[in-house]
Design a binder for this molecule. Structure first.
Ligand SMILES: Cc1cc2nc3c(=O)[nH]c(=O)nc-3n(C[C@H](O)[C@H](O)[C@H](O)COP(=O)(O)OP(=O)(O)OC[C@H]3O[C@@H](n4cnc5c(N)ncnc54)[C@H](O)[C@@H]3O)c2cc1C
Length: 490
């Protein structure tokens, strides 16, 4: 068991924790980022549709709300950040649509407000115009408001890149390190983890689904988290043509969120079917799946059950929900000094660069000395994506490393070169590789490439295949060799 000291301890390497770590790495300050999972970005950030929300789709984004301020602080930063970190950022635009003309006044109100806030002009388009732009939409759609600014990112890739760049710039990242207990001292916290003790001056609590539990360890839980489970379905790449932009229906019932979202890779996501739920349960249910499919057909009737290749659930953790879902917190606890809570139920991905800046300001105002880190390098190079390269680029890459000439995943066209590079960057599991370079995200969902990726992981990590896991402890891919099974059977 180790015993380490740090100035700032960030608990949780989701998008908020990783963005904060990277922002703090601009300064000469000792930062440790701990994550209980075997990889970064596997909390709520993983169960996300990746929309860089602009805060114009609902009147709930009022300029006086803290959540709105964080979002608007973040928006101009997101595209340059993605460029620096070499992660895809795609401006897809969005249509917020209605199926009943009586609801047009709601869209007019939104458009007027967008203009009055100086956020640009969103245009209302009737069905005939929408149909020209999005030929697969339902005949029941009457019209919609076009927001050109909506963009998409891959939340896990963004988190990996933020963490990778933070580490390049001196942050100490500790994976499989779970915070179990915190003791408050006069000028230091003593944090017990499953890997040993950490003594720290500041704590940034970015534990996502578990922010309240961590806050409760020091009595800084003066808020209530309200978990709302969201279901998202993934459509086959063959369906990419069905929607070029984000398509959404203006909610017809409270809590109704009916959207189709193009991802940076080209697949479409659909959902979000919401349900009040207890945490722990991340299962997808038949009821949620059916309702989401029924809903999405109101946008694109052509989508069928057979087009769904995967689905997932995640929790929107709304803070003090009884006050309103605009409540969020990136603030020093009012009860405990040097302890900052970060809770953004929605849209945490979009607001992450703004939230990270806010933490830096909070620490500076509290007296933490933040001299610039002269070695800070904002750039990080992504892993080459063989599937989108030109013939010339592919040949050059294969010449440099013949592993790029060996195709492992046929659905997504992923090479051995990309997989080994993902492992060099920190992937130690099948999911770690999948979330970096995509083998297993296509139609076969790893049925063909899974065993090959397992073999490459074993070889590169120097472990037997029986020790390779899907997502860390308790998820072995090959629990036994056939020979061993037969011997045990005898
Ligand atoms: C279905 C769905 C769709 C969404 N779509 C969007 C969208 O399109 N755009 C958008 O901007 N937002 C969206 N959101 C919201 C967004 O996903 C969240 O606001 C954001 O991911 C929260 O990030 P986080 O870093 O706070 O949490 P997390 O990603 O959960 O990170 C917290 C980390 O802390 C770790 N942790 C917890 N406890 C401990 C401990 N004791 N010790 C060490 N580590 C610990 C966890 O393992 C986890 O990795 C969506 C959310 C859902 C559920």
């Amino acid at each position: 068991m180790s015993k380490i000291e740090t100035e700032v301890l960030i608990i949780g390497a989701g998008v908020l924790g990783a963005a904060t770590a990277r922002e703090l790495s601009r300064y000469k300050v000792d930062v440790t980022l701990v994550e209980k999972e075997v990889d970064v970005g596997w909390g709520i950030t993983k169960a996300n549709v990746g929309v860089v929300c602009q805060g114009r789709d609902t009147l709930e984004f009022r300029p006086e709300y803290h959540r709105t301020k964080l979002l608007w602080k973040a928006l101009p930063l997101m595209e340059p950040l993605c460029k620096e970190l070499d992660v895809p950022f795609k401006r897809v635009g969005a249509y917020l649509m209605i199926r009943n003309l009586a609801r047009k006044d709601k869209l007019d109100k939104l458009a007027k407000r967008t203009e009055s806030l100086g956020l640009g002009t969103d245009t209302y388009l009737p069905y005939s115009e929408l149909k020209k732009r999005e030929p697969f939409i339902s005949r029941d759609i009457k019209g919609g408001l076009y927001d050109h600014a909506i963009a998409v990112v891959h939340p896990v890739c963004l988190t990996q890149a933020l963490a990778e760049n933070a580490v390049q710039n001196g942050v100490n990242l500790m994976l499989e390190t779970e915070v179990e207990e915190i003791q408050t001292g006069d000028s230091y916290f003593s944090v017990r983890t499953n890997q040993g003790e950490i003594k720290t001056r500041y704590i940034i609590n970015a534990a996502g689904e578990w922010v309240d539990k961590i806050a409760a360890m020091v009595n800084a839980d003066d808020f209530v988290l309200f978990p709302i489970k969201g279901y998202v379905g993934v459509l086959d790449r063959d369906c990419s043509e069905l929607a070029k932009s984000l398509l959404a229906i203006l909610p017809e019932e409270p809590g109704d969120m009916n959207i189709v979202v193009p991802t940076v890779e080209g697949n479409l996501l659909f959902g979000i079917q919401l349900q009040i739920n207890r945490r722990h349960d991340h299962s997808t249910t038949e009821h949620m799946a059916r309702k989401a499919l029924e809903n999405v057909r109101k946008i694109i009737p052509e989508i069928s059950e057979k087009d769904i290749i995967n689905s997932f659930c995640g929790y929107l953790m709304f803070r003090n929900f009884e006050i309103g879902w605009h409540e969020c917190e990136v603030a020093m606890s009012s009860r405990v000094s040097r302890f900052v809570n970060m809770t953004i139920g929605y849209p945490g991905v979009s607001a992450s660069p703004g939230a990270a800046l806010e933490v830096v300001e909070i620490l500076r105002n509290d007296g933490l000395r933040l001299d610039p880190n002269p070695k800070f390098n904002p750039y990080r190079k992504g892993i080459p994506d063989f599937s989108v390269l030109s013939e010339k680029e592919r040949k050059a890459l294969i010449k440099k490393d013949p592993k790029f000439g060996h195709l492992v995943c046929r659905c997504e066209m992923v090479t051995e070169g990309e997989i080994t590079e993902a492992i060099k960057r920190g992937a130690t599991t099948l999911d770690g590789v999948k979330f970096r370079v995509r083998p297993g995200t296509g139609r076969c969902q790893g049925g063909f490439c899974g065993p090959r990726v397992t073999r490459i992981l074993a070889r590169e990590l120097g472990i037997p295949e029986t020790e390779v896991t899907k997502a860390g402890k308790g998820s072995a891919v090959v629990p036994l060799r056939t020979k061993q099974l037969l011997e045990e059977g005898n």
